[in-house]
Design a protein around this ligand. Structure first.
Ligand SMILES: [Mg+2]
Length: 268
């Protein structure tokens, strides 16, 4: 049994979920990996299915839909095969609106040289390590080690720890599923991005219920942001009984297939 004994299920505890939404209009925020696609060995293979694309398009015709991902924003748009949604990439640093282009916010720029320098260091030092991939992003750099053997993983861990120790004030680490991500040490995250989007897109009225679906540790910032505002519903995607952390989400669904069922129901 995990930390979370029983989180109500958004599909099976349908009445509770409906009561949490009330008679309000949804504004839907979606993490990408593990929510709109299953987690895959190679991140570049996480292409959204045609069925999910159709569901997301239907929903976007009916209510605001924003994607909030740790990934580079352009990569998310390519994997989704659509560019008509608001997308907050790079853990919310890089926010893009289909009719307003890049949205400026307080943490939106000023760290490019730092990220480029760290990216170069990582590339040099992991060269020759099989199964290790460096993924440069606009506002961070990720090192994937899912396909690496144990000695290579150990070396990657040591390397990341060394880079962070060299610049403890300037850099921070976001661990993920078989990936380390090094980011500028700014007070910005998926939760700040959701807060910013709710305010900027005018989604703050009593008639709106923000819904956030996510599976990662980094999504907890967004669940907490909604909880702190006292509005909105967080939905953890995954097996809540096996979750090894407490969560600020109030509901769960099991997997991306159930996410699609839930989104279909919101579009009706
Ligand atoms: Mg995810």
């Amino acid at each position: 049994m995990g930390v979370v004994d029983r989180l109500p299920h958004a599909l099976r505890d349908r009445e509770r979920f409906g009561a949490a939404l009330g008679r309000r209009w949804p504004a839907v925020f979606l993490d990408y990996d593990g929510v709109l696609t299953p987690i895959v060995d190679r991140p570049e293979d996480a292409v959204m299915s045609a069925a999910m694309r159709s569901t997301v398009c239907d929903l976007a015709r009916r209510c605001p839909v924003c994607v909030v991902s740790g990934r580079d924003r352009a990569v998310v748009q390519r994997l989704m095969g659509m560019d008509e949604l608001v997308v907050a990439g790079s853990h919310g640093f890089d926010i893009w609106h289909p009719r307003r282009d890049a949205l400026e916010h307080e943490a939106a720029s000023g760290f490019e040289a730092l990220v480029a320098e760290v990216t170069d260091r990582l590339r040099q030092e992991v060269a020759g390590l099989t199964g290790v991939a460096v993924e440069p992003k606009r506002a961070s750099v990720a090192v994937h080690y899912r396909l690496a053997d144990e000695p290579a993983r150990t070396r990657v861990t040591a390397l990341v720890e060394r880079l962070l120790a060299e610049r403890p004030e300037e850099l921070k680490l976001t661990p993920g599923k078989m990936v380390y991500e090094i980011l500028p040490n700014l007070d910005w995250n998926k939760g700040r991005a959701v807060d910013y989007l709710l305010d900027t897109l005018g989604l703050t009225g009593p008639g709106v219920v923000p819904i956030y679906l996510g599976d990662d540790v980094t999504d907890e910032d967004a669940f907490r942001a909604l909880a702190n505002r006292g509005v909105g519903v967080g939905v953890y995607v995954g097996d809540a009984a096996r979750l090894d952390r407490s969560t600020a989400a109030q509901f769960t669904v099991d997997d991306p297939d159930q996410v699609r069922t839930l989104l279909d129901s919101l579009a009706r």
